[in-house]
Design a protein around this ligand. Sequence first.
Ligand SMILES: [Zn+2]
Length: 113
Amino acid sequence: MSNLPNCPKCNSTFTYEDGSLLICPECAHEWTLEADTENREDHKIVKDANGNILNDGDTVTVIKDLKVKGSSSVLKMGTKVKNIRLVDGDHDIDCKIDGFGAMKLKSEFVKKI
Ligand SMILES: [Zn+2]
């Protein structure tokens, strides 16, 4: 018995692995597990100001001055933010910024580097 997923096209259970590919012998459909994960309906796609897809661990820059909630400081345009983490919600980026600490940003105000 294998624990490979069924074919997404014909739902065959006879799928097999060939390197990083999964292959269905019944309808000849080929796909990868990674692509399968991307296509899951609960996978939210977060895009930056230019429409590029953001991923956990990406480095972005802030594209406009942003007021920091609860303080008088301003996050300057061009500030580099490393190792972002995508989260659900209105502010969909969780990150840590030198001098500011942990904070949340909106993906529409950043640009992937
Ligand atoms: Zn198939």
